[in-house]
Design a protein. Structure first.
Length: 415
């Protein structure tokens, strides 16, 4: 195989992390096993990257760091304004990439993070085959669930929808889509939006994956077989994560299985609402809020629980589903976006999202099924581990992206 020269744009890129930082790092790491990589990322990531490289060198990767030092402190304080800062960062890296390309002559440019289709990557405007994604962001909360939200949370959802609409009429975003030799979408909904934007070569590829070392570690966790029957949710406590639906379903489930417990790991602005909800339903003694736990400590809780509930209303990824499945847990999720691509009838339950009452009822029924049939829960957990090893390995995803690179280069060569 000819070694290609690949430029990767990875705004979020950090080792030993999940979510978008993990996406950036793992694309760089695994692609560099086959090709020479130049990786552009934020200067703020330099410390953690270089610390990792001291114990795990990546000799085929050339790191380029860029940022706006002053603007970073202004726009990113508390997470506010980060999307605007990201657009400014894109301008800097475009000119850096342009100078690099004049000297190195890249074979492919690949944008990997941020994983968002409605924020453009200016890398598309360089005269090199451009691979965009996987990108998400095309999934939205079903309208009937807005009644669950506060006014502030509804405004957030309206803003997300507006951002998608603006992207679809933006000449810049449309130009990025049309310029992509390959556009990779995390969900079918985002794939449809990319096609409407003018992308000609759209692939459905989830950004959710785990290194084989993590899959192996999680596979070594014992399956919990004891009592009480214990349910787990893990993630940022945000309004669109749907944990209030899970708490209400758990309340109904307790009528048949009163000794059960529900554990929630994570922090976020919805925590006070969720704790008040549990108190109001009279189940505060059955719902345990663990707060934030480091990644490995959170995973250790898989060995103390029977299943995972992830009732997110819009989630392009859903790493926790793959992590829990690798840990041997069946998963209950909504039949929406990223989690719905990971879970099937052999590894858990996908709940239709028609309206809140129906979701609460169906989650409760799924809990009753698994609590009443431990053999079924065990079989689903075993199949979940097998499925992750096949579908959610970074090694397998890297092999697929290599084929996309080859196709992008060949199409560029056709007159």
């Amino acid at each position: 195989m000819k070694r290609l020269k690949i430029l990767i744009s990875a705004y979020a890129c950090e080792p030993q992390r999940g979510s978008e930082p993990g996406v950036g790092w793992n694309w760089v790491y695994h692609i560099s096993r086959f090709h020479d990589v130049w990786a552009i990322t934020r200067a703020e990531n330099r410390h953690t990257i270089e610390a990792s490289l001291r114990t795990q060198p990546l000799p085929n990767v050339h790191w380029i760091y860029a940022n706006f030092p002053l603007l970073s402190s202004i726009f990113k304080r508390g997470g506010r304004g980060e999307r605007f800062y990201y657009l400014l960062w894109q301008v800097i890296v475009y000119f850096k990439a342009k100078r690099l390309n004049q000297r190195i002559a890249f074979d492919v440019i690949h944008h990997v993070t941020l994983v968002n289709y409605w924020l453009p990557s200016f890398m598309a405007f360089l005269p090199v085959p451009f691979v965009w994604g996987p990108v998400g962001g095309g999934d939205t909360t079903p309208a009937l669930f807005f009644a669950l939200f506060s006014l502030r949370d509804r405004l957030f959802e309206y803003f997300r929808r507006a951002a998608c609409k603006v992207a679809e009429i933006s000449c810049i975003v449309r130009k990025v889509a049309a310029s992509a030799s390959a556009a990779l979408a995390t969900t079918p909904e985002t794939a449809c939006r990319l096609t409407k934007l003018g992308a000609m070569n759209v692939h459905l590829i989830s950004q959710v994956a785990l290194p084989e070392s993590e899959i192996k570690w999680l596979a070594g966790l014992p399956r919990y077989q004891g009592n009480p029957f214990r349910i787990l949710s893990l993630g940022n406590l945000l309004h669109w994560k749907g944990f209030d639906l899970a708490i209400k379903a758990f309340r109904d489930f307790l009528d048949g299985f009163p000794e059960s417990e529900y554990w929630l790991i994570g922090e976020g602005p919805a925590k006070s609402h969720l704790t008040s909800l549990a108190e109001g339903l009279g189940i505060a003694d059955k719902v345990k809020f663990w707060g934030f736990l480091p990644r490995r400590e959170a995973w250790e809780q898989f060995a103390k629980c029977n299943l995972l509930i992830h009732p997110s209303l819009h989630d392009s990824g859903g790493w926790v589903c793959a992590e829990a499945m690798a840990g041997g847990l069946p998963v209950i999720c909504l039949d929406l976006a990223g989690p719905a691509l990971q879970v099937n009838e052999e590894t858990g339950f996908k709940i239709k999202a028609e309206n809140p009452d129906q979701v609460i009822r169906d989650i409760s029924d799924a809990l009753c099924t698994l609590a009443g049939d431990r053999a079924l829960a065990d079989a689903m957990g075993k199949e979940a581990r097998r499925k992750v090893s096949i579908d959610a390995s970074w090694k397998i995803k890297a092999e697929r992206i290599l084929k996309i690179y080859d196709s992008a280069i060949q199409e560029e060569c056709i007159p």
